[in-house]
Design a protein around this ligand. Sequence first.
Ligand code: CMP
Length: 160
Amino acid sequence: MSDTSRTAVLVKPDGLQRGLIGEIISRFERKGLKLIGLKMVNLSDDQLSAWYVEHKDKSFFGDLKSFMGSMPIVSMVWEGIDAVPVVRKLVGTTLGREAEAGSIRGDFGMSQQFNLIHASSSGSDAKREIAIVFDTDELFEYAGVREAVIYADYEMADLK
Ligand code: CMP
C-alpha cells in the first residue's frame, strides 16, 4: 500500500454545527473511498498543538486551537488509491469563498478559519495526524465489495 493511500479528515466545529457530517461522508463514499476509521472527539490542547505543529509560529495558532477545541469534531480515516490528493481535491482550497465550485469548501463555505473540514496534505502528514487521534485498533481492515467495480484489476495491486 502506498503512503498516500490513507488520509485523515476532520469535520471542524463549523461543519458539525452546519449539519454537514452526512453530506461530507456521502461525498467520499460516492467517490469510491473506503471508510476505515471514524470517531467524534474533543481534541485536547496537546493534540491540537501536535496536529497544527506547522502553524505554531503563526499569529492565528492560538485562535485556531481554541476554535478547534471549542466543541467535538468528527475524525475519519479514508482509504483508496491516492486517497491523500483525491480527498484534498474534493475538499477544495483553504479559503471557502475562493474554493472551486463542486468542492466541499466551494459548495458550502465562505470563510478562511471556518472552512468546515481538514484533510491531510501529504502521506507523511496523514500518518502523523492519524496517530494523533486513532489507536491502531480503531482502524479497520475489511474486504470492500465495491472495489471490484471501482478499480480495474491492474489497479488493485496498489491497494495492497
Ligand atoms: P487547514 O488548511 O485545514 O489547516 C490550517 C487551518 O488554519 C486552515 O485550515 C484554516 O482553518 C486556519 N487558518 C488559515 N489561515 C488562517 C488565518 N489567517 N486566521 C485564522 N485561521 C486561519
